[in-house]
Design a protein around this ligand. Structure first.
Ligand SMILES: C[S@@+](CC[C@H](N)C(=O)[O-])C[C@H]1O[C@@H](n2cnc3c(N)ncnc32)[C@H](O)[C@@H]1O
Length: 293
């Protein structure tokens, strides 16, 4: 497969949009985030290492396989893991705008630490979104229930009743939900083969899931950051919705896969396949949202 790599310069940029407002860099996000100014990012959507690669087993496509995703996903013990979460979330706090949102996905291996770290740092958690998977892999050990959900913690820096109010496109979410208030339980399938067409990442997230979060808490032209970009799903969702995107990924194979996906999207001028609940959002509405970009 051929990847169009923008350059391999010292700053690690592997993809950049025309005009340079969106880019993806290869490198350690804990260091790279320090280059972003305080209060410069509208929204952070990220899927950090869940730290669940403990040599256990799981089921993939009907086959028993090791759960291990890679060394980046290995736990170093709860204290060091929590310290890691506090460190990157602390940087996120610094660079997020006062009315911005942060979304962090996780399973029980990580969201308890992430939620605690968020509160220790000063974030206000607004919702825990339950992402329900319609076809989860079976539980091979048969010693507990089938894991079929992940949690998305949505938080802001804005204080309750303070002068800054977090951005929330409430009416749009209601409209997408057949004119009823949207609940915090969302059903989305895992990424389709189409989303993995350019290559695979072991923990790839569905673009549709991320896109709903971005439609809820950003507007066209806003800047979205993902410090653990993986295959670039957050960037794909952001660009398709007319948002700008900054991403960091430390693994070269994944960074190049993300670069390839982002290159493919850039230049498209309509959010064609973003559709989640888009059947409920008129095409006209999508076009008018996009026109504001
Ligand atoms: C859970 S995966 C993200 C998957 C992504 N949401 C997707 O849809 O493809 C986490 C990613 O973070 C990367 N990573 C881990 N530690 C990192 C660090 N310190 N800096 C940058 N990337 C890191 C890993 O290589 C891995 O690809």
């Amino acid at each position: 497969m051929e990847y169009r790599v923008e350059s391999d310069r010292d700053d690690g940029t592997v993809w950049k949009s025309e005009g340079g407002k969106s880019f993806l860099q290869l490198g350690d996000s804990l260091a790279s985030m320090q280059n972003l100014p305080a209060g410069s990012v509208d929204c952070i959507w990220t899927d950090p290492p869940y730290l669940l690669s403990n040599d256990g087993i799981t089921c993939v496509a009907g086959r028993m396989v090791k759960v291990n995703k890679g060394e980046w996903d290995r736990s170093r013990g709860i204290d060091l893991d929590h310290e890691f979460n506090r460190t990157w979330l602390g940087e996120c706090f610094r660079i997020l705008k006062p009315n911005g949102s942060i979304w962090v996905s996780g399973t029980l291996h990580v969201y308890l630490s992430v939620g605690m770290a968020m509160q220790q740092i000063g974030f206000r958690i607004l919702n825990d979104i339950v992402w329900e998977k319609p076809a989860p892999p079976p539980n091979l050990g048969c010693r507990c229930f089938t894991h079929s959900t992940e949690i998305l913690l949505w938080a802001t820096k804005a204080k309750k009743g303070g002068k800054d109010r977090h951005k929330f496109n409430y009416e749009l979410m209601k409209e997408e939900n057949g004119d009823k208030q949207m609940k915090n339980v969302w059903r989305f399938s895992t990424p389709t083969d189409e989303e993995k067409r350019l290559g695979k990442h072991p923990t790839q997230k569905p673009v549709a899931l991320i896109a709903r979060c971005l439609r809820a808490t950003t507007d066209p032209g806003d800047l979205v950051l993902d410090p653990f970009a993986g295959s670039g799903s957050t960037g794909v969702a952001a660009l398709k919705l007319g948002r700008h995107f900054v991403g960091y990924e430390q693994n070269k194979t994944y960074a190049l896969l993300a670069a390839s996906r982002l290159s493919e999207i850039a230049g498209e001028d309509l959010p064609e396949s973003i559709s989640t609940t888009s059947a409920l959002v008129s095409r006209k509405r999508q076009q008018s949202l996009f026109a504001k970009a």
